[in-house]
Design a protein around this ligand. Sequence first.
Ligand SMILES: Cc1cc2nc3c(=O)[nH]c(=O)nc-3n(C[C@H](O)[C@H](O)[C@H](O)COP(=O)(O)OP(=O)(O)OC[C@H]3O[C@@H](n4cnc5c(N)ncnc54)[C@H](O)[C@@H]3O)c2cc1C
Ligand SMILES: *[C@@H]1O[C@H](CO)[C@@H](O)[C@H](O)[C@H]1NC(C)=O
Ligand SMILES: *[C@@H]1O[C@H](CO)[C@@H](O)[C@H](O)[C@H]1NC(C)=O
Ligand SMILES: *[C@@H]1O[C@H](CO)[C@@H](O)[C@H](O)[C@H]1NC(C)=O
Ligand SMILES: *[C@@H]1O[C@H](CO)[C@@H](O)[C@H](O)[C@H]1NC(C)=O
Ligand SMILES: *[C@@H]1O[C@H](CO)[C@@H](O)[C@H](O)[C@H]1NC(C)=O
Ligand SMILES: *[C@@H]1O[C@H](CO)[C@@H](O)[C@H](O)[C@H]1NC(C)=O
Ligand SMILES: *[C@@H]1O[C@H](CO)[C@@H](O)[C@H](O)[C@H]1NC(C)=O
Ligand SMILES: *[C@@H]1O[C@H](CO)[C@@H](O)[C@H](O)[C@H]1NC(C)=O
Length: 573
Amino acid sequence: MKSLASYLALVLYALLAHSTSEDLISKSSVCRNVPGSSGYPTPAAWDAFNKTISGRLVGVVPSAKYCASLPGSCTDAQWGSALFRSTIPGATDQFNWEQGYDLKPPSLCLRNSTTCGQGDVPLYSVEAETAADIQAAVKFSSAHNLRLVIKSTGHDYLGRSTAPNSLLVRTSNFKDISFSDSFFIGSKNMGSVVTMGSGVYSHTLYEKGKAAGKIAVGGAAATVANAGGYVQGAGHSALSPTFGLGADNVLEFHIVIASGELLQVNSISHPDLFYALRGGGAGSWGIIVSATFRTFPTFNATSSLIILVAANHTVLSSITTLHAQHIFDWDSVGAGQYFWAVTNGTGSDAFSAFALNTYMPDTTPEQSLTLLSPFLNASLALPGVFLFSQNFTYGDINDALFQPDDDVGFNTVLGSRLIPAATYRHSPEAVGKAYEKLLAGGATQILGHLVAGGKVAENANISSAVHPAWRTAKTHLVVSSSWDDSASLAEIHEIRNFFQTTQVPILEEITGPHAAAYSNEADLLEPSFQTTFFGPNYAKLSSIKKKYDPNDLFIVGAGVGSERWDEWGLCQV
Ligand SMILES: Cc1cc2nc3c(=O)[nH]c(=O)nc-3n(C[C@H](O)[C@H](O)[C@H](O)COP(=O)(O)OP(=O)(O)OC[C@H]3O[C@@H](n4cnc5c(N)ncnc54)[C@H](O)[C@@H]3O)c2cc1C
Ligand SMILES: *[C@@H]1O[C@H](CO)[C@@H](O)[C@H](O)[C@H]1NC(C)=O
Ligand SMILES: *[C@@H]1O[C@H](CO)[C@@H](O)[C@H](O)[C@H]1NC(C)=O
Ligand SMILES: *[C@@H]1O[C@H](CO)[C@@H](O)[C@H](O)[C@H]1NC(C)=O
Ligand SMILES: *[C@@H]1O[C@H](CO)[C@@H](O)[C@H](O)[C@H]1NC(C)=O
Ligand SMILES: *[C@@H]1O[C@H](CO)[C@@H](O)[C@H](O)[C@H]1NC(C)=O
Ligand SMILES: *[C@@H]1O[C@H](CO)[C@@H](O)[C@H](O)[C@H]1NC(C)=O
Ligand SMILES: *[C@@H]1O[C@H](CO)[C@@H](O)[C@H](O)[C@H]1NC(C)=O
Ligand SMILES: *[C@@H]1O[C@H](CO)[C@@H](O)[C@H](O)[C@H]1NC(C)=O
């Protein structure tokens, strides 16, 4: 049972394209300057720039090369720690994004390898400490036509915080966090808020929130930056059914835009940019210095972790049908829930389990168990299901959401879809069938998020770039695929494309065609990312992009305007 538990622990902690349409009118290809281009800054120009930012320019190497340079290299614990990796400018948490699989020739830097290429890792980083550092970096990039990338924590699942031959601006040092009982937009008092720098981790928010007696909407993660990629994508939370999305609760940003200006952005100051920054996609608008979010008085909640073991995939799928049938059971208390179907193979020795991590505000453990029991009892009545463990914890919601670190450092790609509430209401059996097909097709981890409905649906009238599919969704389903460093390039290629080739058609049986996905936890290779991630908002987002970033300084994979650029954002297509 120990191995079972540690396998599950691994899985639980592991939780958490571009259309190359050619312009008919041929135009000379426009590229960013890279080393060797005539317009690339000279060493003297880099030095002079470095002086303007108080010497905060550093050379960047892939994390494996960085580790190799340390005495004794990095321990496994360091390698897999998001906190440790965030000290390495070149590191991404999903290690695969550091690799230049698609470069010609491929450029890789694998752990413990004797040779090492620069891969998809930037050349220099501005380790910014002030807004003026960011402004200088933006102006230098524009003046020298450089590829610019932004990173806060390096969590990105689509590799949007790294690019080859680029200049990186890291905002990890923006760690200020402060709470206030009033916050004015114009003459209107918006009430209690927290203002966070774009380097503040979610667990810092929970730690400080508890001390302040407040709670704000944040993710189920230790080190995601709420004021970085999280809020720009939409930002879901176990509290979303009660309070809405992260983007529904942000009131103001301070952001450096492509011109180098530092703007205050809210519902009355640059409201079009405010619209875009709430759901219009991470990394496409400018460099956020800080953001202000609504807070609520903190409260107690019951959080629970329940693990059911299933005899085989058929039984596991039956549990998922029951789960779909019971998913509205917990709406009365505004519960948020993460639920995993995991398996390690299709053979007779395969291990399969269904785990639920549920957060119920203002609910005692007894009440919580009562609400979960109809689902649990029905599942346990199935032949081949047994209860592996259940654990109920009651206390401050900040404690319930606090995690010390995130377990990262793997090669991981995701694919996802938002699943409509109507599917759960009208055809829960179809949900179970989809799980069965995904498992038969080789999926090993299917992570569900009950983070919509409730307040997320009620917030449908908020005017923001959040995909309207969020307002009618019940869950966000994510499939993930991983590989280890021994995989061949051909195998990696197949795994990277697995979601598009195999899993999308299965998920679209329960979502309908052309369904939406959450842009922060999704597949970089979505062929129609414009509609999948941004739906009817794309045209408006494109025009806002033209206004604030006319020269496409801020381009990320599958982001607004990226259809004009190659995979690396280095040359226009
Ligand atoms: C372990 C884990 C748990 C997660 N849990 C949740 C969850 O519960 N809910 C949820 O909604 N999402 C969750 N996510 C997804 C998360 O929201 C995204 O990965 C998000 O992009 C992270 O933002 P970041 O700034 O921390 O990451 P980074 O990789 O640093 O950046 C992500 C994107 O944001 C841009 N960006 C970063 N900083 C700035 C800045 N200062 N200004 C402008 N753009 C910036 C980057 O360019 C990039 O495009 C989780 C991810 C992980 C790895
Ligand atoms: C920038 O200046 C600092 C301080 O002088 C120096 O330590 C650092 O190496 C310089 N960065 C680069 C890339 O030369
Ligand atoms: C790399 O080396 C470390 C430390 O020597 C070791 O723990 C780890 O397993 C190795 N990893 C790989 C992928 O070879
Ligand atoms: C799956 O995990 C179980 C329990 O840890 C183990 O006994 C089994 O060998 C594993 N099967 C595969 C295919 O890895
Ligand atoms: C579930 O089963 C337990 C144990 O048999 C029982 O006490 C409880 O009443 C059942 N709950 C429901 C809702 O059926
Ligand atoms: C799965 O397990 C159940 C319960 O033990 C059993 O009845 C069923 O025959 C099994 N199905 C397969 C395909 O092995
Ligand atoms: C249950 O949760 C508590 C509090 O988080 C923890 O101390 C305990 O180890 C957990 N028990 C199990 C069996 O996981
Ligand atoms: C919250 O729970 C703690 C015990 O974990 C208890 O001491 C405290 O009184 C509770 N607070 C409220 C408001 O119920
Ligand atoms: C949205 O509707 C709710 C009532 O359903 C109302 O309280 C709120 O002010 C509306 N918000 C906007 C932005 O229109």
